[in-house]
Design a protein around this ligand. Structure first.
Ligand SMILES: [Zn+2]
Length: 48
């Protein structure tokens, strides 16, 4: 999944990153991170 020119900071390309059960959007150009989930679950991720 890739959104071109979707970065609010640099107008770069945004890609969806899936890391285990964590999903977020990241800018390829500047590294801007945009979390897809509206509600952050916990400050301390637990379990593997
Ligand atoms: Zn960017």
């Amino acid at each position: 999944m890739l959104k071109t020119k979707a970065c609010p900071r640099c107008q770069g390309d945004i890609v969806q990153v899936a890391d285990r059960d964590e999903r977020y959007l990241s800018c390829v150009q500047c590294g801007f991170v945009l979390y897809a989930s509206s509600a952050p679950r916990t400050a301390f991720p637990q379990g593997r």
